[in-house]
Structures are given as C-alpha cells and as structure tokens.
Design a protein around this ligand. Structure first.
Ligand code: EPU
Length: 416
C-alpha cells in the first residue's frame, strides 16, 4: 500500500489551484439519472469517490465518456440496484435512491452501515421518501423503494442532512405536485445541485435557505454544467499556510463559501485578503489559539475540524474544539498525539493545549479529513512523518502531494 512521507519544516509559498468540489460533483453526477441523453459536466475532480459513483452509474446501465468535460448518458437504465460492494466503499451512494425511484419507479440500494466518523444512519432519507409516497421495505440489508409516481409533500428534516436534502430534492423534481423541504441543509453544494437541476428543467426555489420549494415536472433534459470549487480543499491549504508560516495565493476558490474559516483564521492572527480569482493567505508567525464548534453550513464545517485541530496543536494557548455534527469524529486525535500533540477528549469536546513543537512519527489515516490533518501536522513536525492508509486521502484530495510540493513542501508518495 502507498505511503506519504513528509519531512517537516518547509514554509509554504506560491500559488495553488483548487479542484472541483467532491461533495458537489457526487450528487451532480447522480442527477444525470433523472435525464435521458448526454449530460456534460465540467470541473469534475479526479478522485476515488468520483470513480466509485461513475462505477455505480455504469452498473445501472449509464454510459460514461471520460475526460474533461465528463459526459454521462443515463438514457438506458437496466438495473436499479446499488450493491453492497459499492455502497460499503462510499456512503454517498445512497444519493441514487431518490433519483432512481423518481425516474424508474423503483430502487434497491444497500443500507450503508456505520463508518469511521459515526453511525450515520439514513433514516431521514427514508422517512422523507415515504412522505413523497414511496413504499419502503428494508430487507436483507437493502432498502427497497417503489412508487408508480412520487407525490409532492411537505417534509421536515429532523436534522439538516446534506445528502438527505440532495436525495429528496432530486426525487421531488419528478414528483407530481409541490414539495416543501423544511429544515433543509444550506451547503453551497446543495445550491450547485439545485442550479444544475433547474438547468435540466426542474422548478426549485430556495436552495441555500432552510426551506426549499420544488414544483414537480414530468421530465428533465440533459445539461451542460460546472461543479463549484472544493471549499474543503481550499480550507485545508489555508490552514496549511497558517501552520507553516507561509504566504500562498489560493486560486479558483470561492471566498464566499469560506466565511466561517476565514473569520477563525483571522482570529488566529493570519492575514487573509480576497484577491482576483481567489484568496491570499499570509501567516504572521505566532499562532493565537481559538475555539471551534462545528455546525451545519454556514457554521464551521465538520470537514475542516480535524485540520483545524492539527493547527491548534501547534498554537500558543488552549483551544476547545467541539464537534456537533458527527458523534465520533475524533479518530485523528490519538494519531496527532503520537506526534506530540497535547489533546484531551471530553465527550464531544477536544481540549487542545498548543505546543509549537510536533515530532514526525509513523501515523495511520482513519478517514479522509483525518488523513489531511496528519499531513498538515507532518508539514510542521520536526523530522519525518510517514502516513499509511493513504487511500483515504485519495478519496477527496486530487494530487495533494503534488500541490503541496509545488508550494515548497517536502512530501512524496512512496508506492507500495
Ligand atoms: N443523520 C441522521 N440520519 C440521516 C441522515 C443524517 O441521523 O438519515 C445525521 C448524521 O449521522 C450526522 C448528521 O445527521 O450526524 C449530519 O449528516 P449529513 O447527512 O449532513 O451528512 P452526509 O450527507 O452523510 C455530507 C458530506 C460529508 C460531510 C457532511 C456534513 C457528502 C457526500 N458528504 O455527508 O462529507 O461531513 O455532509 O457536512 O456530501 C467528507 O467529505 O469528508 C464528508 C464526510
């Protein structure tokens, strides 16, 4: 298995370009299931999770033409089953449930099961689909859903679930009548998906607010669409600059999607300016510790919590990091502690006592964002850090070691 080897201590400097957003690309590629004909998608990142969703779409009979742009034709759907083998490797596979029922009248999708960051049930997706009139049967580890035609309804999400909102928003596009999604998630990825669906002929308003209104239509048509930049990748680079005392222009990102992080990084003492086509991030040296609480958008993203913890581990004070979105997203703590971080977990709080000196160590990635945090720690640690299980990082960061190398980091992948 591949490893990433980092010799810490290099200051990051220069310019880096952000790739397309993983969490926007996944539902947008899935939305092609609602159309008959060739869709053209720009700015799709080359990531393992994107390859998995393409595999899933192909397993239904969709044609995929690789390249930039990526083209998908889901005109002929032969199978409506998402197998355990594919769903277990990527929970976002659940996104096909709503679109398949809406277009084909049926779907059989494996229940995802738990994962490294929490139990992550899909009960809210299922309940919402039932509210739209689908008959759901949970059998042999699979969700079986049927509906001759979904019917618009008012759905209240108990928790503002991101993929749940996307799933039901896609399903409701082809339902008969009007659907109201209350307490919807407000992430930019949802707005990106809604724009794409509207270009396909859907009638969605309110995406980006907590009430989304969808007037059902009889059919949707293929589109040409572009995926937004990855705000989590951009944020990861911004934090890396803060940790390494650097000065970097992060190009191609959308500053408006990063308000919560920008505010926090400014509180740590960093200088952040919006420039033409991106953000310039400059570290001012001494890192002031700050407290973080993860929340649904526009709050501080849980997908940057692990990276921020690595940052606070080298801060100059005490930081309390509270995780409210997932119940078990502190798997990186014990690995950061192997590098000398001083962290105590109390319930859903991590109390991080800053210590500007971390030491390189052999560490293991436990999930995607945990691996990013360990790479960041390795960039500033004294000596060599060797990160194993790097397949986690390949799920969500395109060419991360190449991008960091171009900024001056001493990082390489060792094939194994
Ligand atoms: N939840 C339920 N029941 C449900 C759905 C969600 O209890 O039916 C709970 C979850 O267990 C969690 C909370 O609601 O505690 C919020 O989860 P959400 O459904 O919003 O998460 P998700 O849609 O499964 C997406 C991203 C995650 C990101 C979260 C939160 C995609 C493909 N995934 O997951 O991204 O952490 O939203 O922002 O969009 C990542 O990229 O590393 C990643 C994990």
């Amino acid at each position: 298995m591949d490893k990433i080897v980092i010799h810490g201590g290099e200051r990051l400097e220069g310019e880096v370009c952000v790739s397309g957003s993983k969490n926007a690309a996944l539902p947008i590629l899935v939305s092609s299931l609602l159309t008959d004909g060739w869709n053209t998608f720009h700015n799709i990142p080359d990531l393992v999770d994107v390859r998995t969703i393409k595999k899933l779409l192909k397993s239904f009979g969709a044609e995929v033409e690789e390249g930039e742009p990526l083209r998908i034709n889901a005109g002929k759907i032969g199978s409506c089953e998402a197998s355990y083998d594919l769903v277990k490797t990527m929970r976002a596979s659940i996104l096909v449930l709503g679109p398949l029922v809406a277009r084909m009248g049926m779907a059989r999708v494996s229940l995802p099961g738990g994962c490294a960051i929490g139990a992550r049930p899909v009960n809210i997706h299922i309940k919402a689909l039932e509210a739209l009139g689908a008959k759901i049967n949970l059998k042999d580890g699979y969700i079986e859903a049927k509906a001759s035609r979904l019917k618009g309804a008012t759905v209240y999400f108990d928790i503002p679930t991101v993929t749940g909102t996307e799933n039901i928003m896609m399903a409701a596009c082809l339902a008969k009548g009007t659907t109201l999604l209350e307490n919807s998630a407000r992430e930019p990825e949802i707005m990106n998906l809604a724009e794409v669906l509207n270009d396909m002929g859907a009638k969605i308003s309110g995406a980006g607010t907590d009430v989304i209104r969808i007037e059902g239509v009889d059919s949707l048509h293929p589109v040409e669409a572009t995926v937004i930049p990855d705000r989590i990748e951009a944020g990861t680079f911004m934090i890396a600059v803060g940790m390494t005392g650097g000065d970097v222009k992060i190009k191609g990102c959308e500053p408006g999607h990063l308000d919560a992080l920008i505010a926090k990084l400014r509180d740590t003492g960093m200088d952040i300016t919006i420039i033409d086509g991106g953000i310039r991030v400059v570290s001012k040296g001494k890192i002031k510790s700050v407290d973080i609480k993860t929340l649904p958008y526009p709050g501080f993203p849980t997908d940057l919590q692990a990276q921020m913890m690595a940052f606070m581990a080298v801060g100059n004070g005490l930081s309390v990091i509270t995780e409210t979105v997932f119940e078990n997203r502190f798997m990186h703590v014990s690995e950061l502690m192997r590098m000398g971080a001083d962290i105590v977990i109390e319930g859903n709080n991590a109390i991080v006592k800053g210590n500007p000196k971390l030491r390189g160590a052999q560490v293991m990635a436990t999930d995607l964002r945990a691996s990013a945090s360990l790479i960041l720690a390795g960039l500033v640690a004294e000596g060599t850090t060797e990160l194993s299980r790097v397949y986690h990082i390949d799920r969500g960061y395109q060419k991360i070691e190449e991008k960091l190398t171009s900024l001056g980091a001493n990082i390489r992948r060792v094939k194994g």
